[in-house]
Structures are given as structure tokens and as C-alpha cells.
Design a protein around this ligand. Sequence first.
Ligand code: NAP
Length: 467
Amino acid sequence: MGLLGTAERPLRVAIIGSGPSGFYAADALFKKLPHCTVDMFESLPTPFGLARSGVAPDHENIREITKYFEKVARSERYAFFGNVALGYQISVAVLKKYYDAIIFACGTPVGKNLGIPGEDLPGSYSAATFVGWYNGHPAHAHFPFDLSHETAVVIGVGNVALDIARILTKPVDELKHTDISQHALDVLAASKIKDVYIIGRRGPVQAKFKENEIKELGKITDCACVIKPQDLELNTASEKELEEPSAQRIMTILRELSARPADSIQKRRIHLRFLLSPVRIEGMSHVESILLEQNILVGEPFKQKAKGSGEIVEIPCGAVFSSIGYRANPIPGVPFNHKLGIIANTEGRVVDENGVVPGLYTVGWIKRGPRGLIGSNKPCSAETVQKLLEDLPTLPPCEIPSMDEVKNMLIRRGVRSISYEEWLKIDALERERGKQLDKPRERFTQVSQMLEALGDIKACIQQPDTL
Ligand code: NAP
């Protein structure tokens, strides 16, 4: 021990997940420790996680961050192992043999459930699926969204809910030159949706969306943003919460939107409604309506909770999108905090009932929960890397610190991993496909298509992991 991170014995780190937090962690390691290499594992053949498949297609500027991650990936100390699924093709126990430290950056890919009757009816969707669908994520791209009804309801008032409402209401002519997937564009072009309700369980001051995103909602072509003045009436505790400048600015925007004269020639309408909690989704064989309970707010300023008043409101609708946050998938062999839905950790060090688990770390949403913008991951990853560096003198070195041996091990297991160079080929082909449609990119939506595009038509042989 004690030699790790030196010229004689560079530190070998595996990062699991290639989204923003994983790349920020690699970047921090490269900057802080000259003698270390990073192998990044990703279950898809494509890197960048949410920056590729979570950012809305009309937010091109946010997706630009991938250019920064591309620079990180150009380091000769970086290697990408795409198409390698942790927990299925390879286990944490196996990885520990090849790496001195493992950083879990797998995010929180699962949409939280509402937990109400009727949630499983056709027409009731998770935000995670819808967002993955319009961004061509292989797990979601083929989901049969039915937009043949006139009214949709989105539960939750975070930025994801606003993304969904915007994509549902924006004219397709304004989306067709973005990198939205063509299958989604075709369904949106035929959509019958006219009214989208966005439902907050608490009041406007407690809404989670940000200023730019709510402003944007008021600017959608041919779409009115409808807010009832009574929904903007505040109790004393909420007035106190307005001391926060961002809440104050958001309230001003909401009041402006609410005061706009009704325009009957608008093709579509977004209705922002507050103090309503979903109680039940109704329908025989498909969503037909949602029942919501009117709430009041109780509690101290900044800690107010929604309390049901017993009064029920019904909104007839053909689609319900639950956009109430995300949770992580537990990783076999890694302590998990089931209550919070994240890896059990202290400042990025993985912990179990005996304390810190040597060599295991975590960053991003699977470390702190699904909160914050892409840039929030930078300090989060830096904190974890700092802890890893502090642990270096006592970190037990792995048995086989060799990338060639990792490659051999994957071949032995029949895993067809994708290198960064191969990703660059996929990237170039997607851009080429996009050019033909006058878009920046048209994504492959199946892993087999990507392998085929690389000239490898053999399907990836998936082998359960053995230790
Ligand atoms: P979020 O910001 O946490 O919002 C979740 C919403 O769901 C809140 O309004 C929450 O209300 C509500 N909610 C939670 N449980 C509920 C329940 N059981 N019933 C009814 N409502 C419920 O989550 P998000 O929208 O998924 O966004 C995740 C993160 O990604 C955020 O930090 C967001 O800013 C970021 N993001 C950013 C962008 C962008 O930069 N443009 C785009 C998308 C996402 P309470 O407040 O009452 O809990």
C-alpha cells in the first residue's frame, strides 16, 4: 500500500456510467492525479447518459456540454467500455480484481411511481419513458405512446414536467430540425392533444421548475399558458418564502402569464394548476380521467406540506404523465439506501453498517438523489474524487491492474464491448443520418442497429456473471 497513484503504480479507476457525473469525476481525477487511468463502463454502446438521452431536443445549448466530455475522453488515460452491463455481464466483485477504486455514476433511471389506483392503465406513462422515447433511448424508443386524445395531464411541477408539456404542445415544425428522434416526431405530428394540465401538489412558490423554463412555457407558438388567479393567492408562510429572489422572480412570471388575456385562436393550451394531489386514475381499458384532491398547505415557511382537504376535482383526459422524480436501481454487491433510493454513502464514500467500504465511491444522482442541473454534478464529483485521493495511502491495490486483462476478461465472457473509437463511428453515422433529414443527428434506437453499423452483425452474447 502507499504506492498507488505513482509512476510505478498508477491508480486504476473504473467509473460505472458515462453521464455528466461520471465524466466530471474522470476530469477531476485527471486534473488532480497525474498517475491514474480511468476505464468507463456503460450499459449502452453510447456515452453521455442524460446529456444524450435526458436533455430535451429543443435545448441544444444544454446538450453542448458533451463537447467538454469529448475533450475528457480524448485523454490517453481514458478508455470507454460501452455495451457492458454491470450486474448482468460483469459484477462488482469481478471489477474489484481489476480496479483499485470503483466510482458508481449510474444515475437514477427509474421514474417514481404515483402509487395510486389506475396507474397501470394504458395511457398512464412515466416521464422517464417519455423523455427516453423522444430522445431515442433503446430502452424506450419503441414504447407505443398514444397521443390520440385531446387532453393530457402531467403530474409534478419540476423542469422535467415542463419539458414534457413543451414537447407535447410545441408545433412539430419547431422540433423537426432538432435532434428529436424521427419516430417521436411522427407521433407528435399526428397528436390530437390540445390541452395539457400540469399539476403541482403544493403552491406556485414551492414549484421546482426554474425561471428560464417557466418563461419558455409562456412563449410556445400557438399555445396559451392558463393560470387561474386564485391559484396564485398565497398564505402567510408562502409570502415569507417569497423572500427568496428566485421564488419572487418566478411568481412575477406566473402573475404575468395569469394576467394575459384569453386568446381563443390559440391551437393549444397549457394549464398550470396548484394545490392538487392525484388520488386515482379512472378508465375501463384506458385512461379516461384523473381524480385530484384539493390541498391546503400546512407547516412552517420553507417546510410546508400539502394536506388533503377532502374536496375532489376530476379532469377528463386520455393520457397521464407522472413526472415526480426518479430513483436508482440497486446494484448487487453495493450497499443501498432504499428509503432515499440512492447508494448508501457519506460524501461519496460508499458505506455499509460497518462503516466505509474501501475502494467504492459514488457520484451524481445515485449519490445525492435526482436533484440539480448538469453543472451541479461538477462539485459533487469533485467532492468524491477528493475523498478518494485522501484514501489513497490506505487503499488496498487490486490484483490485476491491467487494461489488456480487462479486455481479455470481457472477451472470455462473450461481452462485445464498444470502444470510444467505435462510439465515434456511431456518432458520425448518426450525424450523417441526421443530415438527410435536415437535423443535427438521427439516433440509432436499437443496440443491434449500432453493432450492425459497426459492421458487427453478431448480436452481443449476454452472459450472466459468475464470480
Ligand atoms: P423535481 O424538480 O424534483 O420535481 C418533482 C416534482 O414532483 C415536484 O413538483 C414534486 O413536488 C412533485 N412530486 C413528488 N412526489 C409527488 C407525488 N407523490 N405526488 C405529486 N407530486 C409529487 O424533479 P424533475 O422535474 O424530475 O427534475 C429532476 C432534476 O433535473 C431537477 O433538479 C431539475 O431541475 C433537473 N432538470 C433540469 C432541466 C433543465 O435544466 N432544463 C430539465 C429537466 C430536469 P414537491 O415539491 O411537493 O415534492
